[in-house]
Write a protein that binds this ligand. Structure first.
Ligand code: IMP
Ligand code: MG
Length: 184
């Protein structure tokens, strides 16, 4: 694994985003909605940097095909989300890759008639986007590598790493949580 961003760099990036959000919303109440599961680490750190009247909720988006980044049908579960009608909403995700997840979740949330909806991602992979829309707030542009840590997983592993790392080619076919069964 190759480290791309240290814990300190990530903290500075999150603080920078928090300042941008603070300037944009200028004291207005905000509802932040994190996309599960990848945004949990970012969400926890970001909300503690914000000095605004804040509601926090989550929405689950998962691809029917599971762990890969190939496109499958996206299943969006908004049962855990607070009421967003007439509220200013900021949707938060870990990474903007093809962009389909964020675009589809934004479309689904618009049906609930928020007053405004904007989006934030911590990482944006260079040269991967297949959608026209860009997130309103972006923490870091990163190279087109498969990355893990700070909420991002490979086969459900590595989310807890406090730094961001890129997996090497030979690590990508391993099943990291299978223990002695090893690579497969
Ligand atoms: P998109 O719909 O292609 O933008 O992909 C968004 C989702 O794919 C993210 O929320 C992640 O769950 C996952 N994803 C994309 N790239 C990576 C990566 O490099 N590492 C881990 N997960 C990723
Ligand atoms: Mg995700």
């Amino acid at each position: 694994m190759k480290r791309l961003l240290t814990e300190d760099q990530l903290r500075e990036g999150v603080q920078r985003l928090a300042h941008e959000i603070g300037d944009s919303y200028a004291g207005r109440p905000l509802t932040i909605v994190g996309i599960l599961t990848g945004s949990v680490v970012l969400l926890a750190d970001l909300i503690r940097e914000l000095n605004l009247p804040l509601r926090v909720g989550v929405v689950q988006a998962r691809s029917y095909h599971g762990a890969t980044t190939e496109r499958g049908e996206l299943i969006i579960n908004s049962d855990l989300m607070p009421d967003i009608k007439d509220r200013d909403v900021l949707l938060v995700d870990d990474i903007f890759d093809t962009g389909h997840t964020l675009v589809e979740v934004v479309a689904k949330m618009r049906e609930l008639q928020p007053r405004s909806i904007r989006s934030l991602v911590l990482f944006r992979k260079e040269g991967r986007q297949q959608v026209k829309h860009d997130p309103d707030f972006v923490g870091f542009s990163i190279p087109d590598k498969f990355v893990v840590g700070y909420g991002l997983d490979y086969e459900d592993a590595y989310r807890h790493l406090p730094y961001l790392a890129a997996l090497e080619e030979n690590e990508i076919n391993d099943h990291p949580l299978d223990g002695e069964r090893g690579a497969g």
